[in-house]
Design a binder for this molecule. Structure first.
Ligand code: HEC
Ligand code: HEC
Length: 209
């Protein structure tokens, strides 16, 4: 954890690292295992930078599965950041870390004009909602804030638009695997980029119920 904490701070501003205490070697030390995660995802899981997904309120089961997938190399679309971080996380702490982020207040939705800068095409959240439901995305991705803790399916509402958009494009390029083989999950490949941008705008600007 020590060596990596320091490495993780390198590309970040000193402000982001300011919360950590430093040992005599100059390396960061943390009281709680999720403080390391807070450098990018924020301590309350409501990350500021849109390339870092918001973890607040996600089912603990989903968070744990992603950590496992980064660790085994099943998921590799993180630019190497998560795969490096997980090697420094003790397996004994994984469950507590997932619980911490899962129990934080759900993120607030974005305003439409903020989303407009994150996607290629002009957006229409109302169209996005229809497309999301027509394509059956909502059969798996609930808009309810009270999904089961052990769920392996992420909440998408109020997630950063830029992050969602990147995931959809990674699924299409084959850089990340969606829910392969499950009915409806392959629909992402049959939607146009404009339709996906509408969906992203709907998700990012909508409250979880
Ligand atoms: C140096 C920055 C950084 C740190 C520190 C970091 N992460 Fe991440 N995290 C990322 C990036 C980058 C991604 C993937 C973005 C992508 O897929 O485009 C990510 C993705 C994730 C995801 C997947 C979320 C989703 O919706 O699928 C989870 C879960 C996660 N991180 C948990 C953690 C935990 C827990 C820690 C602390 C042990 C942590 N992260 C520390 C940068 C970081
Ligand atoms: C059969 C269930 C199912 C359906 C239908 C489905 N998904 Fe998913 N989706 C999943 C699962 C499971 C994951 C998590 C995959 C993993 O473990 O990495 C996921 C992940 C995602 C993510 C990444 C979220 C994150 O936090 O990283 C996005 C975005 C997404 N789906 C969008 C969609 C859209 C848009 C549709 C409709 C076209 C759709 N999904 C339909 C099950 C489904």
């Amino acid at each position: 954890m020590r060596r990596l904490s320091w490495v993780a701070c390198l590309p970040l501003s000193t402000m982001l690292c300011a919360g950590a205490a430093y040992s005599s070697t100059g390396l960061a030390e943390y009281e709680k295992p999720w403080e390391l995660c807070g450098l990018c995802h924020s301590l309350d899981g409501n990350s500021v930078m849109p390339k870092f997904p918001r973890l607040a309120g996600q089912p603990a089961g989903y968070i744990e599965k992603q950590l496992t997938d980064f660790s085994t190399g099943t998921r590799t679309n993180d630019g190497g950041q998560m795969s490096a971080i997980v090697t420094e996380v003790s397996s004994a702490n994984v469950s507590a870390i997932a619980q911490w982020f899962s129990s934080q207040p759900h993120p607030p939705p974005a305003k439409a004009h903020e989303v407009a800068n994150s996607v290629e095409n002009s957006i229409d959240p109302a169209k996005g909602e229809l497309l999301f439901k027509d394509a059956g995305c909502d059969q798996c991705h609930s808009d309810s804030s009270s999904v089961a803790a052990e769920s392996l399916i992420p909440l998408l509402h109020s997630q950063h638009a830029q992050y969602l958009s990147k995931q959809l494009s990674d699924f299409r390029k084959g850089d990340r695997t969606h829910a392969t083989g499950l009915p409806g999950a392959d629909f992402i490949n049959s939607l146009t980029q404009i339709e996906l941008d509408h969906i992203v705008s709907y998700l990012a600007t909508t409250h979880r119920q």
